[in-house]
Design a protein around this ligand. Sequence first.
Ligand SMILES: O=c1nc[nH]c2c1ncn2[C@H]1C[C@H](O)[C@@H](COP(=O)(O)OP(=O)(O)OP(=O)(O)O)O1
Ligand SMILES: [Mg+2]
Length: 200
Amino acid sequence: MTARHLQPGQLVLASHNAGKLREFGALLAPHGLELVSAGALGLPEPEETGDTFIANATIKALAATRATGLPALSDDSGIEVAALGGRPGVRTADWAIQADGSRDYAAAMGRVAAEDGSADRRCAFVAVLVLAWPDGHIESFEGRVEGSWVAPPRGGNGFGYDPMFVPEGESLTFGEMLPEQKARHSHRARAFVALRSACL
Ligand SMILES: O=c1nc[nH]c2c1ncn2[C@H]1C[C@H](O)[C@@H](COP(=O)(O)OP(=O)(O)OP(=O)(O)O)O1
Ligand SMILES: [Mg+2]
């Protein structure tokens, strides 16, 4: 079955994460699509009640397309730590939430370090993108990058867990890389390549 193509025009980014907005802005810039974010439109953040990346990405994309009548792109992503059997995985954002509701990613990685008694630091970043149309049609794409986690954090670029992740074959963390260097490796950029070849 061939995928449905996106027509030129507005696309809602079904995310409230400014880091993702920057990265998708760069990825979509050459494609004649005007990206408007759910945050800028004042859309509520839907509850991510799914047990999988694709379930939560679908919840976010469908909520945004229904609210706006525009096609919507969502990203549900996280870090899978090998020695923790793939946790925090789909719960990656939750692990960073502090008592006051703010997010502290270095503290979350401290929890990974505390629970991971082994010397095995292998992990992977995973992203599932869902494109949803107002009639409920969806397409999904997955990207993955293997690597290892480091503590303490290094570098001030990127967002979230970037200063604690080194992709395989590299020595810099995503937090030490320029945006275009991160995009050569990242789970999000890899998932976007699949989306681009199917839908753009
Ligand atoms: O490239 C990345 N570099 C660093 N950290 C990352 C990355 N990709 C995902 N992550 C982390 C951030 C968050 O803790 C979790 C995703 O959670 P996730 O629910 O998909 O995103 P979110 O709540 O930040 O924004 P939103 O749901 O509005 O799109 O994994
Ligand atoms: Mg989220």
